[in-house]
Design a protein around this ligand. Structure first.
Ligand code: URA
Length: 433
């Protein structure tokens, strides 16, 4: 087989066989196929697309390019959740104990973030003592005992995806549905999921800005999951403004705790109930999605979800007393109000700008080497559809420096205040099965 023939075949719009896809991915991973040929191949896929069968083969070729998590000793149906990412997305921290409280095993491998705030691991490390460095047998033991454990990325998972993603990044081939869908699904399948619930974000702060694009990506991932024997569904949710009211690592942990206490923001709760009910249903812990949702509300109301969070934190050496007393989480030195210049209704908040502002405060990494400040971030006092008076606070910066005029300007620039009525945006657009 020759790579040049495969490039030509895809360039001319023909479907590739399993062997051909394997040849390309294996050869690229082990260095036999050079970057320039893989670039041409990715560009051919970009223009000619791939069938569902090809997408599934590409996914499996990437899964098998490296290690796979062996969760066979974990009892029950392991349901993983994946979000395509957004600003203020602390869903995992609230959702994992919420579904674990209903007996759904959550065996999660998470990463650190290169973005506006840290990833789930960084957020969890805002809890004093919390450790994600646990070996596989301890990880399995904890999931079987408590139904929940989170481990940092270990091993050499999907090296083909890592190499290909870096290449796509510099060859204008990131934005391709078959390549994105297989990239995301390869990581979920290599982490050992039996079933997968996807949260595909749409809007200004999302990877996919338009609803039809987000829907196409969701459909592509669901089709790959199903054709590989994983029960998969997707929810398309709004990212036209940050999720919840906090952006920043410790601040987001605090908001997740409030949600589990039944005192969190409405949008975070609605998203967790929607994603959670599908996870509980796919894990066969409820006879219907409606029943699952009712059970989730019950474990919030009776405190079992909060208990599951405490047990999880304790099991990973964290200080679980932060759940009852979140003031023990890292706090910033300065609270600085960002005030509205005029009265009206908030009609838009550009999520990306708020994310960048949080990063400038130190909540996220600008480069892989950057240190995160776990205490800093932004609390949004006003969200879309809320009234504001001139001089009233739109947002509070939690900062460790007083020299933040650039951040204040960026937050002000993210807000639009209008004089007319504003309708609150829809949170859940669609479910894809
Ligand atoms: N996220 C991924 O993991 N892969 C892509 O290709 C795009 C976004």
């Amino acid at each position: 087989m020759r790579m040049v023939d495969l490039i030509e075949k895809k360039r001319d719009g023909h479907a590739l066989t399993k062997e051909e896809i394997r040849y390309a991915i294996e050869g690229y991973t082990n260095g036999d196929i050079p970057d320039y040929q893989m670039s041409a191949f990715a560009m051919a896929i970009f223009f000619q697309d791939m069938s569902t069968e090809e997408r599934a083969e590409l996914t499996m070729a990437m899964v098998e390019s490296g290690d796979q998590m062996n969760l066979s000793d974990v009892e029950g149906i392991k349901v993983d959740k994946h979000s395509t990412g957004g600003v203020g997305d602390k869903t995992t921290i609230a959702l994992a104990p919420l579904v674990a409280a209903l007996g759904v095993p959550v065996a999660k491998m998470s990463g650190r973030g290169l973005g506006h705030t840290g990833g789930t691991i960084d957020k969890l490390e805002a809890i004093p003592g919390f450790s994600v460095e646990i070996n596989t047998s301890e990880f399995t033991r904890l999931v079987n005992k408590n139904k929940l454990a989170v481990v940092g990325q270990t091993g050499n998972l999907t090296p083909a995806d890592k190499k290909l993603y870096a290449l796509r990044d510099v060859t204008a081939t990131v934005n391709s549905i078959p390549l994105i869908a297989s990239s995301i699904m390869s990581k979920k399948i290599a982490s050992g999921a039996d079933a997968i619930v996807l949260d595909v974000k749409t809007g200004s702060g999302a990877f996919m800005k338009e609803l039809d694009q987000s829907k196409e990506l969701a459909e592509a991932m669901v089709a790959i999951g199903k054709s590989l024997g994983r029960d998969t569904m997707a929810v398309i949710s709004d990212m036209n403004q940050p999720l919840g009211r906090t952006i920043g690592n410790a601040l987001e942990v605090k908001e997740a705790i409030e949600m589990l206490r039944g005192e969190g923001p409405e949008d975070l709760l609605e998203l967790c109930l929607t994603l959670g009910s599908h996870m509980v249903y796919l894990a066969k812990q409820a006879a219907s999605v409606e029943e699952a949702k009712a059970k989730l509300k019950e474990v919030i109301a009776n405190g079992k979800a909060l208990e599951a969070l405490k047990t999880f934190i304790e099991a990973q050496n964290g200080d679980a007393s932060i759940v009852d007393d979140p003031s023990k989480l890292p706090t910033a030195k300065y609270l600085i109000e960002v005030k509205a210049a005029k009265a009206g209704m908030v009609s838009s908040i550009v999520a990306d700008k708020i994310g960048t502002a949080a990063m400038l405060l130190g909540a996220g990494r600008a480069t892989k080497e950057s240190e995160i400040d776990l205490a800093v971030g932004i609390v949004l006092n006003k969200k879309i559809g809320e009234k504001v008076e001139a001089g009233e606070s739109l947002a509070t910066l939690h900062a460790n420096s007083e020299d933040v005029q650039n951040v204040i300007d960026m937050v002000l620039g993210a807000y639009t205040i209008s004089s007319g009525e504003v309708i609150k945006p829809t949170l859940i657009y669609e479910e894809i099965h």
